[in-house]
Design a protein around this ligand. Structure first.
Ligand code: 13P
Ligand code: SF4
Length: 358
């Protein structure tokens, strides 16, 4: 593994790791707007749900939600899924309006795949620390250092970064995508170093890694896993490949310290499929805690326990019921990608879909 420095420079002389760039969602425009809205601020949860159901029909809209969304949003959505499934749904729907309950790069991906549809996100500032860890200019510079390199970008990137990429991938197909790159080609994999380390280990392909991370998943430590397995010795272990502990856990699995047959590295969609099939009494879930609602809904026999209670993505949780209602009522916030950027980004996504149809 060759890691790219990935350090930023600021005029004060402070050197900030790219992985520490974090958009803030403390007081977004949408948060302020719903609090000050004379209608919305007076509505009960039941009224808001009734309003969303009425407006979705009036506007002929489809509501898509990621697996980390708040329970009330998941329960209202027409479709709940992982990044890959959501982009496929966005590409396939015949509805003219997509209301995307997830983070900005996901809504952008929907807009790229459905350029003739209107895509709304209820809070435009719902960003992603991982997507913020790399810019299009940085990809151009990295590519200039490796002119023959093939750039594989995780879907957690902005549209202009995808536009600089040869392939896109998601957590459910990263292995297949890197394996599909001709063996004599150097691969520049960005932005998640933990997903990259895992993909390198499983695929056997050497990868140059960008040192980005998701602040939520980077917080998972091998000690968390050991502690939970001590407490629940019969439990299965589910880890998202963005987790900071994946590589060390794979080492412990190889050493026999963690049971191999009960450990699974999965995308959020993969966790849902696992839940439908498992007979395990207990499963420890190493990802954002929104996942637990979906898993418990799919399977009431297994006890799903978070690996860490504090693994909460504030960007996913920036999408709330009042904001969803406002999005449908007022047609905000439209997510648009300039056509030239969208066309180049679409080529990277299409290359992924052609490699791994899903
Ligand atoms: P999935 O593609 O597995 O849903 O992951 C998306 C994500 O943002 C993980 O943090
Ligand atoms: Fe981004 Fe991490 Fe939130 Fe996923 S959990 S949307 S990678 S910040």
């Amino acid at each position: 593994m060759a890691a790219h420095q990935g350090f930023g420079h600021d005029p004060t002389g402070d050197v900030t790791p790219r992985s520490k760039r974090r958009p803030t969602v403390a007081h977004t425009e949408a948060t302020v707007a719903v609090a000050a809205d004379p209608e919305i601020s007076q509505m009960s949860e039941a009224e808001l749900i009734e309003g969303v159901n009425r407006l979705r029909v009036e506007r002929d809209a489809i509501i898509l939600a990621h697996n980390y969304q708040l329970p009330v949003i998941q329960d209202l959505a027409d479709f709940v899924g992982d990044s890959l499934q959501l982009s496929q749904q966005a590409a396939q729907t015949d509805k003219p309006l997509i209301v995307f309950c997830g983070v900005h790069f996901m809504a952008e991906t929907a807009a790229i795949l459905s350029p003739d549809k209107t895509v709304l996100i209820p809070d435009l500032e719902a960003g992603c620390s991982l997507a913020a860890s790399v810019t299009a200019e940085e990809v151009r510079q990295w590519r200039a250092e490796h002119p023959d390199g093939v750039v594989v970008s995780y879907v957690n990137t902005d549209a202009d970064v995808k536009a600089e990429s040869d392939y896109c991938c998601t957590s459910s197909n990263a292995i297949e995508v890197v394996q599909s790159v001709p063996a004599d080609k150097e691969i520049l994999f960005l932005p998640d170093m933990f997903l990259g380390l895992w993909a390198e280990r499983v695929s056997g392909r050497k990868l140059n890694l960008w040192l980005g991370e998701c602040h939520v998943h980077a917080g998972f430590r091998p000690e968390d896993v050991i502690r939970m397995l001590d407490e629940f010795p019969d439990a299965d272990l589910l880890l998202h490949p963005e987790c900071g502990c994946v590589s060390q856990c794979m080492y412990h699995i190889a050493e026999g310290d963690i049971p191999a047959d009960r450990s699974h590295v999965l995308s959020t969609g993969g966790m849902v499929r696992y839940a439908r099939e498992t007979e395990a009494p207990v499963a420890i879930v190493g990802t954002e805690t929104g996942m637990l609602h979906r898993l418990r809904k799919e399977n009431q026999r297994t006890r799903f326990i978070p690996l860490r209670e504090d693994a909460v993505c504030e960007y996913m949780k920036a999408i709330t019921l009042p904001k969803l209602y406002r999005a449908l009522r007022d047609g905000v916030y439209e997510v648009r990608v300039p056509e030239d950027t969208a066309a180049r980004a679409r080529a990277a996504i299409d290359r992924m879909l052609a490699t791994v149809p899903g």
